[in-house]
Design a protein around this ligand. Structure first.
Ligand code: NAD
Ligand code: UDP
Length: 338
Protein backbone atom coordinates (compact mmCIF):
# COMPACT_ATOMS: atom_id res chain seq x y z
CA UNK A 1 0.00 0.00 0.00
CA UNK A 2 0.97 3.61 -0.43
CA UNK A 3 0.01 5.40 2.79
CA UNK A 4 0.10 9.14 3.45
CA UNK A 5 0.79 9.92 7.11
CA UNK A 6 0.06 13.54 8.02
CA UNK A 7 1.94 14.53 11.16
CA UNK A 8 4.33 11.66 10.41
CA UNK A 9 7.27 13.58 11.91
CA UNK A 10 5.68 13.65 15.36
CA UNK A 11 5.80 11.25 18.27
CA UNK A 12 3.04 8.82 17.18
CA UNK A 13 3.39 9.54 13.47
CA UNK A 14 7.05 8.58 13.31
CA UNK A 15 6.32 5.23 14.98
CA UNK A 16 3.44 4.68 12.56
CA UNK A 17 5.67 5.44 9.53
CA UNK A 18 8.20 2.98 10.87
CA UNK A 19 5.60 0.23 11.43
CA UNK A 20 4.13 0.69 7.94
CA UNK A 21 7.55 0.56 6.27
CA UNK A 22 8.45 -2.51 8.32
CA UNK A 23 5.52 -4.45 6.86
CA UNK A 24 6.29 -3.36 3.28
CA UNK A 25 4.13 -0.30 2.68
CA UNK A 26 5.29 2.84 0.90
CA UNK A 27 4.97 5.89 3.15
CA UNK A 28 4.61 9.58 2.33
CA UNK A 29 5.09 11.58 5.51
CA UNK A 30 3.69 15.12 5.46
CA UNK A 31 4.66 17.42 8.32
CA UNK A 32 5.36 21.10 8.94
CA UNK A 33 7.34 20.29 12.12
CA UNK A 34 5.49 22.79 14.28
CA UNK A 35 5.60 20.25 17.12
CA UNK A 36 7.39 17.30 15.52
CA UNK A 37 11.09 16.90 14.81
CA UNK A 38 12.90 15.90 11.58
CA UNK A 39 15.13 13.76 13.78
CA UNK A 40 12.16 11.47 14.48
CA UNK A 41 12.21 10.23 10.90
CA UNK A 42 15.88 10.83 10.03
CA UNK A 43 16.60 7.08 10.21
CA UNK A 44 13.86 6.42 7.62
CA UNK A 45 15.19 8.84 4.98
CA UNK A 46 17.45 6.25 3.35
CA UNK A 47 14.52 3.87 2.72
CA UNK A 48 13.44 4.24 -0.94
CA UNK A 49 9.82 3.56 0.12
CA UNK A 50 9.84 6.61 2.42
CA UNK A 51 9.23 10.19 1.27
CA UNK A 52 9.23 13.22 3.54
CA UNK A 53 7.22 16.22 2.43
CA UNK A 54 7.65 19.37 4.49
CA UNK A 55 4.33 21.07 4.27
CA UNK A 56 1.27 22.34 6.04
CA UNK A 57 -1.90 20.27 5.64
CA UNK A 58 -4.01 23.40 6.00
CA UNK A 59 -2.87 24.23 2.44
CA UNK A 60 -4.54 22.02 -0.21
CA UNK A 61 -2.13 19.35 -1.43
CA UNK A 62 -1.92 16.26 -3.60
CA UNK A 63 0.40 13.29 -3.75
CA UNK A 64 1.52 11.85 -7.09
CA UNK A 65 0.49 8.30 -8.00
CA UNK A 66 -2.21 6.23 -6.37
CA UNK A 67 -2.71 6.48 -2.60
CA UNK A 68 -4.49 3.60 -0.82
CA UNK A 69 -4.70 5.06 2.70
CA UNK A 70 -4.44 8.38 4.50
CA UNK A 71 -3.68 8.40 8.23
CA UNK A 72 -4.41 11.90 9.49
CA UNK A 73 -2.36 12.59 12.61
CA UNK A 74 -1.32 16.20 12.04
CA UNK A 75 -2.24 18.34 15.05
CA UNK A 76 -0.53 19.74 18.10
CA UNK A 77 -1.46 17.29 20.87
CA UNK A 78 0.22 18.31 24.12
CA UNK A 79 -1.69 20.93 26.17
CA UNK A 80 1.27 23.40 26.22
CA UNK A 81 1.59 22.97 22.43
CA UNK A 82 -2.04 23.69 21.63
CA UNK A 83 -2.12 26.57 24.11
CA UNK A 84 0.92 28.01 22.26
CA UNK A 85 -0.68 27.31 18.85
CA UNK A 86 -4.44 27.83 19.39
CA UNK A 87 -5.35 29.11 15.92
CA UNK A 88 -3.11 26.59 14.19
CA UNK A 89 -4.73 23.80 16.20
CA UNK A 90 -8.22 24.87 15.14
CA UNK A 91 -7.03 25.29 11.58
CA UNK A 92 -5.39 21.88 11.29
CA UNK A 93 -8.42 20.20 12.87
CA UNK A 94 -10.78 21.88 10.42
CA UNK A 95 -9.04 22.91 7.16
CA UNK A 96 -6.25 20.37 7.58
CA UNK A 97 -8.73 17.54 8.12
CA UNK A 98 -10.78 18.64 5.11
CA UNK A 99 -7.68 18.73 2.87
CA UNK A 100 -6.70 15.25 4.04
CA UNK A 101 -10.26 14.00 3.44
CA UNK A 102 -10.24 15.50 -0.06
CA UNK A 103 -6.99 13.70 -0.79
CA UNK A 104 -8.57 10.41 0.34
CA UNK A 105 -11.66 11.08 -1.77
CA UNK A 106 -9.66 11.87 -4.92
CA UNK A 107 -7.70 8.64 -4.55
CA UNK A 108 -10.56 6.42 -3.31
CA UNK A 109 -8.35 5.79 -0.27
CA UNK A 110 -9.12 4.56 3.24
CA UNK A 111 -9.00 7.52 5.68
CA UNK A 112 -8.19 7.18 9.38
CA UNK A 113 -8.67 10.15 11.70
CA UNK A 114 -6.73 10.12 14.95
CA UNK A 115 -9.19 11.70 17.31
CA UNK A 116 -8.80 11.82 21.05
CA UNK A 117 -10.27 10.99 24.44
CA UNK A 118 -10.49 14.80 24.81
CA UNK A 119 -13.78 14.63 22.88
CA UNK A 120 -15.20 13.26 26.16
CA UNK A 121 -13.98 16.42 27.97
CA UNK A 122 -14.34 16.09 31.75
CA UNK A 123 -16.45 12.93 31.55
CA UNK A 124 -19.58 12.38 33.62
CA UNK A 125 -19.64 8.75 32.51
CA UNK A 126 -16.84 6.52 33.71
CA UNK A 127 -15.20 4.61 32.08
CA UNK A 128 -15.84 6.13 28.65
CA UNK A 129 -17.55 4.08 25.90
CA UNK A 130 -17.66 5.43 22.36
CA UNK A 131 -21.38 6.22 22.58
CA UNK A 132 -20.80 8.71 25.41
CA UNK A 133 -21.15 12.20 23.89
CA UNK A 134 -18.83 14.03 26.23
CA UNK A 135 -18.74 17.02 28.52
CA UNK A 136 -16.62 19.68 26.84
CA UNK A 137 -16.35 23.36 27.75
CA UNK A 138 -16.67 24.97 24.31
CA UNK A 139 -15.04 28.25 25.36
CA UNK A 140 -12.39 27.06 27.84
CA UNK A 141 -8.65 27.05 27.04
CA UNK A 142 -8.70 23.36 26.04
CA UNK A 143 -11.54 23.93 23.57
CA UNK A 144 -9.16 24.79 20.71
CA UNK A 145 -8.07 21.16 20.74
CA UNK A 146 -11.22 19.39 21.96
CA UNK A 147 -13.60 21.20 19.63
CA UNK A 148 -11.21 20.98 16.67
CA UNK A 149 -11.20 17.20 17.10
CA UNK A 150 -14.98 17.08 17.57
CA UNK A 151 -15.38 19.11 14.37
CA UNK A 152 -12.88 16.84 12.61
CA UNK A 153 -14.98 13.81 13.63
CA UNK A 154 -18.19 15.47 12.37
CA UNK A 155 -16.52 16.41 9.09
CA UNK A 156 -15.09 12.93 8.60
CA UNK A 157 -18.51 11.36 9.24
CA UNK A 158 -20.11 13.77 6.74
CA UNK A 159 -17.54 12.72 4.11
CA UNK A 160 -18.37 9.11 4.92
CA UNK A 161 -22.16 9.54 4.83
CA UNK A 162 -22.57 11.95 1.93
CA UNK A 163 -19.51 11.34 -0.22
CA UNK A 164 -18.84 7.66 0.48
CA UNK A 165 -15.25 8.14 1.67
CA UNK A 166 -14.06 5.09 3.62
CA UNK A 167 -13.55 6.95 6.89
CA UNK A 168 -12.55 5.36 10.19
CA UNK A 169 -12.13 7.23 13.48
CA UNK A 170 -9.94 6.18 16.40
CA UNK A 171 -10.09 8.00 19.73
CA UNK A 172 -6.68 7.79 21.33
CA UNK A 173 -6.18 7.91 25.10
CA UNK A 174 -2.92 9.15 26.67
CA UNK A 175 -0.04 7.43 24.91
CA UNK A 176 3.65 7.57 25.83
CA UNK A 177 6.97 6.14 24.72
CA UNK A 178 10.29 6.91 23.06
CA UNK A 179 10.45 10.11 20.95
CA UNK A 180 8.24 12.12 23.26
CA UNK A 181 9.91 15.52 23.57
CA UNK A 182 11.40 15.89 27.07
CA UNK A 183 9.95 19.41 27.29
CA UNK A 184 6.58 18.75 25.61
CA UNK A 185 4.80 19.32 28.94
CA UNK A 186 2.93 16.01 28.93
CA UNK A 187 2.92 14.21 32.22
CA UNK A 188 4.97 11.09 31.37
CA UNK A 189 7.73 12.96 29.53
CA UNK A 190 7.83 15.67 32.21
CA UNK A 191 8.02 13.25 35.15
CA UNK A 192 10.68 11.11 33.44
CA UNK A 193 12.81 14.12 32.54
CA UNK A 194 12.49 15.55 36.04
CA UNK A 195 13.21 12.21 37.75
CA UNK A 196 16.29 11.53 35.61
CA UNK A 197 17.62 15.05 36.19
CA UNK A 198 17.03 14.87 39.95
CA UNK A 199 14.52 17.72 39.78
CA UNK A 200 11.25 17.83 41.69
CA UNK A 201 8.30 16.15 39.98
CA UNK A 202 5.56 18.71 39.38
CA UNK A 203 2.17 17.22 40.30
CA UNK A 204 -0.70 19.48 39.26
CA UNK A 205 -3.49 19.79 41.83
CA UNK A 206 -3.57 17.07 44.49
CA UNK A 207 -2.65 14.43 41.90
CA UNK A 208 -5.93 12.52 42.37
CA UNK A 209 -6.98 13.03 38.73
CA UNK A 210 -6.60 9.85 36.69
CA UNK A 211 -5.36 8.91 33.24
CA UNK A 212 -4.94 5.57 31.45
CA UNK A 213 -1.54 5.27 29.80
CA UNK A 214 -0.92 3.25 26.63
CA UNK A 215 2.52 2.32 25.30
CA UNK A 216 3.21 3.60 21.79
CA UNK A 217 3.82 0.18 20.17
CA UNK A 218 0.40 -1.02 21.31
CA UNK A 219 -1.25 2.14 20.05
CA UNK A 220 0.40 1.99 16.62
CA UNK A 221 -0.76 -1.63 16.27
CA UNK A 222 -4.30 -0.34 16.84
CA UNK A 223 -3.96 2.40 14.21
CA UNK A 224 -2.63 -0.02 11.59
CA UNK A 225 -5.49 -2.42 12.39
CA UNK A 226 -7.93 0.45 11.79
CA UNK A 227 -6.22 1.36 8.49
CA UNK A 228 -6.53 -2.27 7.37
CA UNK A 229 -10.14 -2.74 8.50
CA UNK A 230 -11.74 -1.19 5.43
CA UNK A 231 -15.33 -0.17 5.88
CA UNK A 232 -15.14 0.15 9.68
CA UNK A 233 -16.18 3.68 10.66
CA UNK A 234 -15.99 3.58 14.44
CA UNK A 235 -15.30 5.62 16.42
CA UNK A 236 -13.12 3.10 18.22
CA UNK A 237 -11.36 3.88 21.51
CA UNK A 238 -7.67 2.96 21.58
CA UNK A 239 -6.07 3.08 25.00
CA UNK A 240 -4.90 1.02 27.92
CA UNK A 241 -7.72 0.70 30.49
CA UNK A 242 -5.24 0.42 33.39
CA UNK A 243 -6.10 3.66 35.21
CA UNK A 244 -3.68 5.53 37.49
CA UNK A 245 -3.85 8.72 39.48
CA UNK A 246 -1.20 11.26 38.56
CA UNK A 247 0.24 10.85 42.03
CA UNK A 248 0.56 7.08 41.49
CA UNK A 249 2.30 7.76 38.19
CA UNK A 250 4.80 10.05 39.96
CA UNK A 251 5.57 7.32 42.51
CA UNK A 252 5.93 4.74 39.73
CA UNK A 253 8.36 6.95 37.80
CA UNK A 254 10.44 7.49 40.95
CA UNK A 255 10.55 3.73 41.60
CA UNK A 256 11.42 2.78 38.01
CA UNK A 257 14.15 5.40 37.61
CA UNK A 258 15.50 4.95 41.17
CA UNK A 259 15.31 8.73 41.46
CA UNK A 260 15.35 10.54 44.80
CA UNK A 261 13.52 13.56 43.41
CA UNK A 262 10.90 15.23 45.58
CA UNK A 263 7.30 15.73 44.55
CA UNK A 264 6.01 19.30 44.40
CA UNK A 265 2.44 20.39 43.79
CA UNK A 266 1.41 23.07 41.31
CA UNK A 267 -2.00 24.59 40.56
CA UNK A 268 -4.35 22.39 38.58
CA UNK A 269 -4.82 23.72 35.00
CA UNK A 270 -8.27 25.06 34.08
CA UNK A 271 -10.72 22.32 32.97
CA UNK A 272 -8.22 19.52 33.65
CA UNK A 273 -10.31 16.34 33.26
CA UNK A 274 -10.76 14.51 36.57
CA UNK A 275 -10.76 10.95 35.24
CA UNK A 276 -10.22 9.04 32.09
CA UNK A 277 -10.38 5.36 31.20
CA UNK A 278 -11.37 3.83 27.88
CA UNK A 279 -13.90 1.08 27.34
CA UNK A 280 -12.12 -1.01 24.70
CA UNK A 281 -14.78 -3.62 23.91
CA UNK A 282 -15.15 -2.29 20.35
CA UNK A 283 -11.43 -2.35 19.70
CA UNK A 284 -11.24 -5.90 20.99
CA UNK A 285 -14.28 -7.20 19.11
CA UNK A 286 -13.99 -5.24 15.86
CA UNK A 287 -10.21 -4.88 15.48
CA UNK A 288 -9.01 -7.83 17.56
CA UNK A 289 -6.90 -5.29 19.46
CA UNK A 290 -5.87 -5.16 23.09
CA UNK A 291 -2.86 -3.42 24.63
CA UNK A 292 -0.10 -5.80 25.67
CA UNK A 293 2.57 -3.69 27.39
CA UNK A 294 2.00 -3.06 31.13
CA UNK A 295 2.71 0.50 32.23
CA UNK A 296 5.75 -0.50 34.35
CA UNK A 297 7.38 -2.12 31.30
CA UNK A 298 6.47 0.76 29.00
CA UNK A 299 7.85 3.31 31.45
CA UNK A 300 11.08 1.31 31.77
CA UNK A 301 11.53 1.33 27.98
CA UNK A 302 10.74 5.03 27.79
CA UNK A 303 13.08 5.85 30.67
CA UNK A 304 15.87 3.92 28.90
CA UNK A 305 15.28 5.98 25.75
CA UNK A 306 15.28 9.24 27.69
CA UNK A 307 18.51 8.23 29.44
CA UNK A 308 20.22 7.36 26.14
CA UNK A 309 19.08 10.62 24.59
CA UNK A 310 19.80 12.84 27.54
CA UNK A 311 23.57 13.10 27.62
CA UNK A 312 23.31 16.01 28.39
CA UNK A 313 19.56 16.65 28.63
CA UNK A 314 18.58 18.84 25.69
CA UNK A 315 17.29 22.32 26.34
CA UNK A 316 13.81 23.11 25.02
CA UNK A 317 14.22 23.16 21.29
CA UNK A 318 13.10 26.32 19.51
CA UNK A 319 10.27 25.45 17.19
CA UNK A 320 10.29 27.51 14.06
CA UNK A 321 7.52 30.03 13.75
CA UNK A 322 4.39 28.57 12.25
CA UNK A 323 2.87 30.17 9.19
CA UNK A 324 -0.26 32.06 10.23
CA UNK A 325 -2.91 30.08 8.37
CA UNK A 326 -5.24 33.06 8.31
CA UNK A 327 -2.86 35.52 6.69
CA UNK A 328 -0.12 33.68 4.80
CA UNK A 329 -0.45 32.71 1.14
CA UNK A 330 -0.35 28.98 0.31
CA UNK A 331 2.88 27.52 -0.96
CA UNK A 332 2.97 24.63 -3.47
CA UNK A 333 3.67 21.16 -2.16
CA UNK A 334 6.31 20.47 -4.85
CA UNK A 335 8.53 23.17 -3.41
CA UNK A 336 8.46 21.42 -0.09
CA UNK A 337 9.24 17.87 -1.15
CA UNK A 338 12.62 16.80 0.17
P1 NAD B 1 2.98 15.37 18.03
O1 NAD B 1 2.84 16.80 18.34
O2 NAD B 1 4.24 14.68 18.41
O3 NAD B 1 2.74 15.09 16.49
C1 NAD B 1 1.88 15.85 15.70
C2 NAD B 1 2.58 16.11 14.39
O4 NAD B 1 1.71 16.88 13.53
C3 NAD B 1 3.86 16.94 14.56
O5 NAD B 1 4.92 16.33 13.89
C4 NAD B 1 3.51 18.29 13.96
O6 NAD B 1 4.62 18.96 13.45
C5 NAD B 1 2.50 17.88 12.90
N1 NAD B 1 1.61 18.97 12.49
C6 NAD B 1 0.85 19.76 13.28
N2 NAD B 1 0.17 20.66 12.54
C7 NAD B 1 0.49 20.41 11.25
C8 NAD B 1 0.11 20.99 10.01
N3 NAD B 1 -0.73 22.02 9.95
N4 NAD B 1 0.63 20.48 8.87
C9 NAD B 1 1.49 19.43 8.90
N5 NAD B 1 1.89 18.84 10.06
C10 NAD B 1 1.39 19.32 11.21
O7 NAD B 1 1.72 14.65 18.72
P2 NAD B 1 1.36 13.10 18.82
O8 NAD B 1 1.28 12.76 20.25
O9 NAD B 1 2.26 12.31 17.95
O10 NAD B 1 -0.12 13.10 18.25
C11 NAD B 1 -0.40 12.67 16.94
C12 NAD B 1 -1.91 12.67 16.74
O11 NAD B 1 -2.53 11.77 17.67
C13 NAD B 1 -2.57 14.04 16.95
O12 NAD B 1 -3.58 14.22 16.00
C14 NAD B 1 -3.17 13.92 18.34
O13 NAD B 1 -4.31 14.74 18.47
C15 NAD B 1 -3.53 12.44 18.40
N6 NAD B 1 -3.57 11.98 19.80
C16 NAD B 1 -2.41 11.74 20.48
C17 NAD B 1 -2.48 11.34 21.80
C18 NAD B 1 -1.25 11.02 22.60
O14 NAD B 1 -1.36 10.69 23.80
N7 NAD B 1 -0.05 11.08 22.07
C19 NAD B 1 -3.72 11.19 22.44
C20 NAD B 1 -4.87 11.49 21.71
C21 NAD B 1 -4.79 11.85 20.38
N1 UDP C 1 0.23 16.85 34.87
C1 UDP C 1 0.95 16.99 36.05
N2 UDP C 1 2.21 17.49 35.99
C2 UDP C 1 2.82 17.82 34.82
C3 UDP C 1 2.10 17.66 33.61
C4 UDP C 1 0.81 17.17 33.67
O1 UDP C 1 0.43 16.69 37.14
O2 UDP C 1 3.98 18.26 34.86
C5 UDP C 1 -1.14 16.30 34.92
C6 UDP C 1 -2.18 17.11 34.15
O3 UDP C 1 -2.70 18.14 34.96
C7 UDP C 1 -3.21 16.03 33.83
C8 UDP C 1 -2.37 14.76 33.66
O4 UDP C 1 -1.13 15.02 34.30
O5 UDP C 1 -4.10 15.86 34.90
C9 UDP C 1 -2.13 14.40 32.21
O6 UDP C 1 -1.59 15.53 31.56
P1 UDP C 1 -1.12 15.49 30.03
O7 UDP C 1 -0.81 16.90 29.65
O8 UDP C 1 -0.05 14.48 29.86
O9 UDP C 1 -2.38 14.92 29.24
P2 UDP C 1 -3.93 15.36 29.17
O10 UDP C 1 -4.25 16.34 30.24
O11 UDP C 1 -4.08 15.93 27.81
O12 UDP C 1 -4.64 14.08 29.37
Amino acid sequence: MKVVVTGGGGFLGSHLCEALLRRGDTVWCLDNFCTGEPQNVAHLRSDPRFRLVRGDVTTPFDIPGRVQAVAHLASPASPPDYHRLPLETLSVGSRGTENALRLARRHGARFVLTSTSEVYGDPETHPQPEDYWGNVNPVGPRSVYDEAKRYAEALAMAYRRSLGVDVGIVRIFNTYGPRMRPYDGRVVSTFLRQALAGEALTVFGDGSQTRSFCYVDDLVRGITAMIDHRGLGGPVNLGNPAEHTVRELADLVLRITGSRSRIETRPLPVDDPTRRRPVIVRAREQLGWIPLIPVEEGLRRTAAWFTARSRPLPEPEPHHAVRDPLTSPPDPVEARTS
